[in-house]
Design a protein around this ligand. Structure first.
Ligand SMILES: C[S@@+](CC[C@H](N)C(=O)[O-])C[C@H]1O[C@@H](n2cnc3c(N)ncnc32)[C@H](O)[C@@H]1O
Length: 272
């Protein structure tokens, strides 16, 4: 089905983030229950358990309180209007909206690009296009984001939003399984952002290392996985994949690394 909205229309209908009714209803819902949903249960493909009879919560992932998270966002470079519109639309209308990276991580990725002078960026996992556009906005006019995803539906939403931005022309989306696609890519990348399926992370890391420029950086999302990594045997398949990935990185003497508790964990990796 063709998508017939523009970012302006979406913004007009939905208003600013936090203002649409569903968000307010969920806030009331949490107050009535006196609890917030378990982050692990609110992940994509998870069994929602107690919450499955209720609207899916648009839970933000993270280890700091919502108030502190908002404080950090308020004290970081703000997201662009179009990124805000992607976030608002996605949280309101797209399944598994907790997958969206959001303003703090977006600001961090932009900072990293400007700090390192990155010009070519590779992303594993596009979804509705928030992080790809954030990164494109920080690139010079001849910079490029190549973003890989397997899902034509959500990436069609991404393309619609990108077409409303001057920076959208810097983004190239390639549809298909990322492991297959990445083999076909030519050239080196200065920043690689890994944020696709968790069981694929080790393969994505190996592909990223092979294509990384000398001073290139790899940033890997969800590497604390809601704290599952603390468990000897993480309960979910994704949690186990992340634990194995983190161990692979930790034990590689050729890598210089720092694992940061930003949102759901962001592992920064470069070659020594
Ligand atoms: C966490 S989301 C990406 C979020 C995005 N970076 C953002 O900021 O909104 C993960 C994405 O990985 C994609 N994905 C899952 N398996 C994949 C595969 N084998 N190859 C490519 N993409 C895949 C999913 O379709 C999904 O859109």
């Amino acid at each position: 089905m063709p998508i017939s909205f523009s970012a302006e229309k979406v913004a007009g209908v939905l208003g600013t983030p936090g203002s649409f009714p569903a968000e307010k209803e969920m806030g009331t819902f949490y107050k009535i229950l006196g609890v917030r949903p378990n982050l692990r249960e609110s992940r994509g493909n998870a069994n929602f358990g107690f919450f499955k009879e209720f609207p899916m919560p648009d839970e933000k992932l993270g280890f700091v309180s919502e108030a502190l998270d908002n404080y950090c966002v308020d004290h970081s470079t703000p997201a662009s209007t179009i990124c805000n519109e992607i976030e608002t639309y996605t949280r309101k209308s797209v399944e598994q909206s907790m997958m969206l990276t959001g303003p703090l991580e977006g600001a961090f990725l932009k900072f990293l690009i400007r700090l390192t002078g990155a010009k070519r960026v590779l992303e594993f996992g596009t979804y509705t296009g928030y992080s790809a556009l954030s990164m494109a906005e920080a690139l010079p006019s001849d910079g490029k984001v190549v973003t890989l995803d397997i899902d034509p539906k959500n990436t069609a939403i991404a393309k619609e939003f990108w077409s409303c931005s001057d920076h959208g022309k810097k983004i190239q989306l390639i549809l298909g399984d990322a492991v297959e696609t990445v083999r076909l890519l030519e050239g080196q990348f200065d920043l690689v952002f890994i944020d696709a399926d968790k069981p694929g992370y080790i393969k994505y890391l190996d592909a990223a290392l092979a294509k990384l420029s000398v001073k290139g950086v790899i940033a890997v999302d969800n590497t604390l996985f809601s704290g599952e990594v603390l468990q000897k045997s993480p309960p979910s398949e994704n949690g186990r994949a992340i634990a194995a990935f983190n161990e692979r990185v930790r034990t590689d003497p050729k890598l210089d690394t720092v694992l940061l508790p930003i949102r759901d964990g962001l592992y920064l990796i470069r070659k020594r």
